[in-house]
Structure formats: C-alpha cells, structure tokens
Design a protein. Structure first.
Length: 85
C-alpha cells in the first residue's frame, strides 16, 4: 500500500513534525504536514516523499499540487498515534 510507504518515510524525517493523509472521496486525497523549519519542508519535498509522488504519477488523474502555508496555531493531544485503515 502506498500510504504505508509514505508513513514509513515520514517517520524517518525528524523535521516532519506531524503528517496527515485524508481521503475525501473515492478518488480525492489530501496530505497535510508540518515542519520544524523551511529547510525541513524543502528537504521533505525534494527527498524520498517527493520522489515517491513523481514515481507514482500514473496513480493520479492530475499531477498533485503543493500549496505551502504558514501554520499560525494548533491544538493536538499529547502522545498522538498513527492509524492506517
């Protein structure tokens, strides 16, 4: 499963603070991730995850779009965990 591979890659990136993958519909997905710094974001996008998106381009009806944003505030529980459905 592609999502399992991405989760393994995210765990190997110390600069990726949180990472969420969501399915909005049968063929619609979103990824939201946060980084320690702009350098960590750049490393993420040119690293294994960015390469995996390129390598699996045939799985997408359109090329993925990346829209960087600056997170202003957040609330998360302590000791969150991952779950793959």
């Amino acid at each position: 499963m592609l999502q399992v591979g991405f989760l393994v890659e995210m765990e190997a990136e110390p600069g990726t603070i949180v990472w969420f993958a969501a399915q909005l519909g049968p063929n619609s997905f979103r990824i939201f991730d946060c980084f320690d710094s702009e350098d960590d974001r750049h490393t993420h996008l040119i690293g294994k995850v960015g390469q995996a998106l390129k390598d699996n381009a045939d799985l997408f009806s359109q090329p993925p779009t990346i829209n960087p944003v600056d997170l202003l505030t957040f609330k998360m529980p302590q000791g969150g965990s991952a779950s793959i459905a």
